[in-house]
Write a protein that binds this ligand. Structure first.
Ligand SMILES: [Zn+2]
Ligand SMILES: [Zn+2]
Ligand SMILES: [Zn+2]
Length: 351
């Protein structure tokens, strides 16, 4: 069997006669030019320059263990630096192996990408093993991610069962990767949740200040008359929540009677948070702003407020907005709720 691409193609028509043959597993002999092979692959260059036992015999380089057509596609690439998509689709994994063994980095990169785009539950484990053998870290990672994302299907495949029997270390590696991926995802989710909490708090802070300064719809400072047509502000969802909280705080009986009312606590925490953030010490119209500041100064260095400071920092750095949940605090040791209650009642008109 003789393969004669390189005599007939127009680009190669000016080439001298082939001086070497490549032999495939199927018995195909591909005529080639040693100079071109040597230029394209340092490994082939070594083989070509190696002294031969029988000087008289025709030089042959065997490339065995992959389909004939994959070897043809490989030799094509060495000549043209081009690889058709359909060849990549058919022989991607073989070309990857060949490009690794014969050290053709550009083809290897191309195959690594091409193969990673064609990953399936069926082939992912095999490709993973190949990627490891061929030292293709990008492809390796893509396989891991693919397996993690489609694990239910992957663990039903022949390849998975085979790997379990023959390469338990790889199985462990995969399971570990999946475990770490889960942890990463959870951490991300938690971070996003926290972030949205800080945004909500930050908007609540703006609303609290705006209610205490100019008033909004039905709640405002006792000495500021309500607007003739008190329309909602542009953050009304949050603003309304803060207003309801203020009204509740003013009227709640449970708190006054010593019961632990969670909504009252929330109001109290909002006021404290405001004070931590506010920099208008004397002109501020938010109730208790100054008292909280004084208290905070007295308690400075007592070590218990690191968490609170962190919260303040995060709220400050968060830009947007919405609800009013605050993390539960261990103790409420500063201003009493009762005291706060009177201050709020004194400060607001609630209609
Ligand atoms: Zn408002
Ligand atoms: Zn209450
Ligand atoms: Zn203030």
């Amino acid at each position: 069997m003789e393969h004669s691409n390189y005599n007939s193609t127009s680009s190669a028509s000016h080439l001298p006669e082939p001086d070497i043959h490549i032999l495939t597993s199927g018995g195909l002999r591909i005529p080639a030019h040693s100079a071109i092979l040597a230029m394209a692959s340092p490994v082939l260059e070594n083989i070509i320059e190696r002294p031969r036992k029988h000087r008289s015999s025709e030089p042959v380089i065997p490339i065995l263990g992959v389909p004939c057509d994959a070897v043809s596609a490989f030799v094509d690439y060495l000549y043209s630096s081009r690889c058709e998509e359909d060849q990549l689709a058919k022989y991607g994994i073989h070309l990857l192996a060949l490009s690794h063994v014969y050290s053709v980095p550009q083809l290897k990169q191309r195959c690594s990408r091409g193969v990673s785009q064609r990953l399936t539950a069926e082939n992912a484990v095999d490709v993973l093993q190949l990627a490891r053998l061929c030292d293709a870290p990008d492809l390796y990672l893509k396989c891991m991610k693919h397996i993690a994302a489609h694990f239910k299907s992957v663990e039903q495949t022949e390849a998975w069962f085979f790997m379990q029997d023959h390469d338990p270390w790889l199985e462990l590696e995969i399971l570990q990767f999946i475990d770490e991926a889960e942890t990463r995802k959870k951490r991300m989710r938690r971070h996003r949740k926290e972030q949205s909490l800080y945004l909500e708090l930050s908007e609540a802070m703006e609303c609290l200040k705006h209610i205490c300064t100019e008033g909004c719809t039905t709640v405002g400072p006792y000495d500021v008359k309500p607007a003739k047509k008190p329309g909602p502000c542009n953050k009304y969802v949050t603003c309304h929540g803060v207003q309801l909280l203020i009204k509740h705080f003013a009227l709640c009986k449970r708190r006054v009677n010593g019961g632990g009312c969670s909504r009252c606590k929330r109001m109290w925490q909002l006021l404290r948070l405001h004070s931590s953030i506010c920099d208008h010490r004397d002109s501020c119209r938010v109730p208790l702003c100054r008292q909280f500041k004084v208290k905070a100064q007295q308690q400075q260095g007592m070590g218990d407020d690191a968490k609170w400071k962190l919260l303040v920092k995060k709220v400050l750095s968060a830009k947007a907005i919405s609800s009013l949940t605050l993390p539960k605090r261990k103790r409420e040791d500063e201003l009493s709720l009762r005291e706060t209650h009177h201050q709020v009642l004194k400060n607001f008109r609630l209609c």
